[in-house]
Design a protein around this ligand. Sequence first.
Ligand code: ATP
Length: 414
Amino acid sequence: EPYEDKEALLDFLNNVNHSRYLNWDERTSACSSWTGVTCNHEKSRIIAIRLPGVGFRGSIPGNTLSRLSALQILSLRSNSFSGSLPTDFAKLGNLTSIYLQSNNFQGPLPTDFSAWKSLSVLNLSNNDFSGSIPSSISNLTHLTALVLANNSLSGSIPDLNLPTLQILDLSNNNFTGSIPNSLQRFPGSAFAGNPLSPANFSPSFPPVPPPSVPPKKKSFKLREPAILGIVMGGCVLGFLVVAAVLIMCFSKKDGNSGATEKSIKKEDVVRKGVSSSQHGVGNLAFFEGCNLAFDLEDLLRASAEVLGKGTFGTTYKAALEDSTTVVVKRLKESVGRKDFEQQMEVVGNIRHENVVPLRAYYYSKDEKLMVYDFYSQGSAALLLHAKRSADRIPLDWETRLRIAIGAARGIAQI
Ligand SMILES: Nc1ncnc2c1ncn2[C@@H]1O[C@H](COP(=O)(O)OP(=O)(O)OP(=O)(O)O)[C@@H](O)[C@H]1O
């Protein structure tokens, strides 16, 4: 276990306000169970922190994260951090990716970027950074993405000699002057919304509006409908949804029971922590003990393929950028927020080895999502009914019986 790194993270957590529960406990293994933490292969150092949408507020406490000297990926995006970037981040010399977008950071960018020699992605967009872009960014010879859009940056854009740069977005700032030669290969949208001189920049280009709504339809592109459908958990998932809807109808008739009241309160705590994204768009509500760390934006950007279509909606396998794979059930049922959240709380608290655990959910007027672990073993139907072939030996009766009993146990639990 990386004891010193763990201590640094606990110091960070104890000194920062946050509203979503994090399961960081010094007695448990940071490498295998702490939310948003990734270790190296040897489990000796923490190399990635991904904590988007946790409801962090205030400044990043000094001398905490900067002690994670092996850190490569730092993602604290979609929180409400304010203040300036801690100067001690300069100690994180192994960083390859920094995702701090969609916070309330202020003040100037670091003057000396040369400390981050390996940096490949720098995303500081949707904050309130001011001042100019330091020319030391040119020292980042591995930089592939520089995203500084929607800040209050000003001054002229430096001539960044970065042949590796593939993605640039400086839109919606206060940059003046002209676009330097080295950056003219990027599209006009990269510079839109700045009072640049018209010499080499077409003023007719419309400013890019700051993102206020996640690009749902665009990014959640559903690829070829391939019924990969698979896994026994999938079947139980169906039952879960049926159960959720039945309970929904039932609770509407009977009014709120004591148990539901309790659930609402508990759920409120979970939800508040993640729903206050600064753009006013709700975020995913995760259940306690869940080790997943991504936000709605990540989910909507994930590449998705259809696993199957059921009575209550379509189920997708979603592969996130950080290589996590989850299953997303997109419900077509139109239901009020309160009813939906109550039922999600009921379903999310079912824990049984034969029931796929609900990890998170999302509610908006037009979109209701349920997020589950992905089970890669294949569907029970396929296992039970597959024809004999060279690579497929039919299951023996003992195994079939075990599957039936397991499914029955799961259903009984529901
Ligand atoms: N967690 C999962 N991991 C892997 N595959 C899954 C998972 N959940 C569902 N699937 C697969 O996706 C298919 C569709 O799932 P879905 O829950 O939509 O089916 P359904 O029970 O028919 O739906 P409904 O309850 O809406 O009628 C399933 O047949 C299953 O093979």
